[in-house]
Design a protein around this ligand. Structure first.
Ligand code: ADP
Length: 254
């Protein structure tokens, strides 16, 4: 329990620091982008100069996208849990998912009929899925298939009794060795190298699952692919047909 508390405090501190830095950095990048756009209007019509300008703009935009991820990671406090239809959420973002992972990897979805709604922040869950899908893509440099599925089940691991739904993202990629698997959810842990990985993807998913009174569970073996499972409580006040972003906000009980 002591290590769990320490880990939670560490996450909290890192979250606050990250949020502050990302926020300031984002403002700086917005100023840079603004100046570059002004510069574009004044620049003589020279293709070489325009290419340099485009490079600078792209770099600043990539930086801005990164700060958005960091802000999303830090903004764990303002979750708006609601009844979310997982199948609807995933089909609603399938274009975004496919565009984010590129053409080399296929996405398959498997959702049973009559799956109960999950109690979770829909926007953050979309971000979590995006993180998992990008990780799966990165683990399949030769291409492959990502399977996004959902099922209902009992309480996983040490969670309180109750009804839970599991949203899983499985790949057929390189997998993780035991040491990587053990550390994968730590903030800033990455094996992707400087400038490629932030190490914030899985810690964001982990944070969302914990704050939603659920759990992120990872299964992986080298060569056998990876399965990430987000376990979430079934929505407590299911009313009719919940849609992502449109259902009532239900107060959380711990
Ligand atoms: P990042 O993707 O920026 O490295 P993450 O927190 O998302 O940060 O992941 C941390 C590490 O966990 C990755 O660098 C990688 O080593 C490992 N990992 C995550 N997802 C997968 C996956 N689907 N297959 C193999 N390894 C993975």
């Amino acid at each position: 329990a002591r290590t769990a508390l320490f880990q939670a405090q560490k996450m909290e501190a890192i979250g606050q620091l990250t949020g502050g830095v990302a926020h300031d950095f984002n403002n700086l990048l917005m100023a840079v982008l603004g100046s570059l756009e002004l510069l574009r209007k004044r620049l003589p019509d020279d293709p070489r100069l325009l290419r340099l300008l485009d490079n600078a703009v792209q770099g600043a935009q990539r930086g801005a996208a990164l700060t958005q991820r960091m802000l999303a990671f830090a903004r764990r406090q303002d979750l708006k849990p609601e009844a979310v239809d997982l199948s609807g959420l995933v089909s609603g973002m399938s274009d975004l998912l496919q565009r984010s992972i590129g053409p080399t990897v296929r996405i398959e979805t498997r959702f049973p009929a009559g799956l109960p709604a999950a109690q979770v922040d829909a926007n953050q869950l979309e971000l979590a899925l995006l993180n998992l899908a990008v990780n799966a893509r990165d683990a399949m440099p030769e291409g492959g298939t990502i399977t996004i599925a959902a099922r209902e089940g009992g309480a996983p691991a040490d969670l309180p009794e109750g009804r839970y739904v599991c949203l899983s993202v499985a790949d057929t990629g390189l997998g993780m060795d035991a040491e990587t698997l053990a550390r994968a959810q730590e903030p800033f842990f990455t094996t992707k190298g400087v400038g490629k990985g932030t190490g914030l993807g899985l810690s964001m998913v982990h944070g969302l699952a914990e704050q939603s009174h659920g759990r992120l569970m990872l299964r992986s073996r080298p060569g056998a692919g990876t399965q990430a499972e987000i376990w979430l409580p079934v929505a407590t006040a299911e009313t009719g047909e919940p849609r992502p972003g449109a259902a009532a906000i239900v107060p959380q009980t711990v």
